[in-house]
Design a protein around this ligand. Structure first.
Ligand code: SF4
Length: 272
């Protein structure tokens, strides 16, 4: 998935103090000048914002999806089937469209625990949960906190943010710079650079261990030629148009099942 803004997640079991931590996080991020979007996963089964019998409920019942409620003060979008249809990509898209610099999540453990690009703050209630999350989490843990801290390294939920902010800001700055580098790479995730993804190369460039030129496709691209023929007639292409065709076709083809773009192939499209 392509990341457009840094994502932080406050995760933990029920009643572990997640909302208190998230509140503090939003307040401190706002003080630092960031526009913050947040999303909360409601784990309660059959939860709905809607009220049976209300007009919006009737729209939904009639089959409309999504149902969008617009008042003078708020817009609420009700998308059917909840978390099974909402991806992190969609949440980022909504956040960016509304001017957010950072997206903060409450919950969504299943989505973010193994996602190395998400910075995590973990709320725990006991040593067992500390061990559990330490074992299961991949990527950067920005801090552990607990309503009743049981060890020195575990922060108190109420003041945790003040102690974690340094980690949070450095995570956001690192991610923002990595996103900028990632945008300059070819974005095919073809592994020709020896990394598992373009994001991994972007991180390596951020850490000054690699260079943009290590992107094989980017290098090959400068030598690539795009030719468009209609019948036997070659259509002259402006460099700008040639690049659009090249990017569009490579992007499209690379997503197809069974296709592995190495960056040095010839692609023929025959439309009759
Ligand atoms: S060679 Fe370029 S396009 Fe391929 S994975 Fe590496 S950075 Fe991405």
């Amino acid at each position: 998935m392509v990341y457009s803004i840094p994502v932080l997640a406050v995760i933990g079991h029920k009643n572990s103090g997640k909302t208190t931590v998230l509140e503090g996080l939003v307040v401190e991020l706002k003080k630092e000048g960031f526009n913050v979007a947040s999303a909360k996963h409601v784990s309660k089964k059959d939860f709905t914002f809607d009220i049976e019998g209300k007009n919006s409920w009737r729209h939904s019942k009639a089959g409309a999806n999504p149902v969008i409620l617009v008042s003078d003060n708020e817009v609420v979008i009700k998308i059917r089937d909840g978390i099974s249809t909402v991806s992190l990509g969609l949440l980022m898209e909504i956040a960016v469209e509304n001017g957010a610099h950072v997206l903060v999540l409450e919950g969504f453990s299943d989505i973010v625990l193994k996602d190395k690009k998400v910075g995590k703050i973990i709320c725990i209630r006991n040593k067992e949960e500390y061990d559990e999350y330490t074992k299961r989490t991949e990527g950067q843990i920005l801090g552990f906190c607990s309503i009743k801290p049981f060890e020195e390294k575990i922060l108190n939920t109420k003041d945790s943010i003040l102690f974690i902010m340094k980690n949070v800001i450095s995570f956001i700055e690192k991610t923002q710079k990595t996103i900028e580098i990632h945008k300059q790479l070819a974005g095919l995730d073809c592994r020709r650079c020896g990394k598992t993804s373009c994001w991994e190369l972007a991180e390596s460039i951020f850490n000054e261990e690699s260079k943009l030129e290590d992107c094989f496709v980017l290098e090959a691209k400068s030598k690539l030629k795009t030719m468009l023929k209609v019948g036997n007639t070659e259509v002259p292409l402006q460099p700008f148009v040639a690049e659009i065709i090249q990017k569009t076709i490579l992007g499209l083809v690379s997503t197809l099942k069974g296709v592995k773009i190495k960056g040095d192939e010839k692609i023929y499209i025959n439309i009759t």
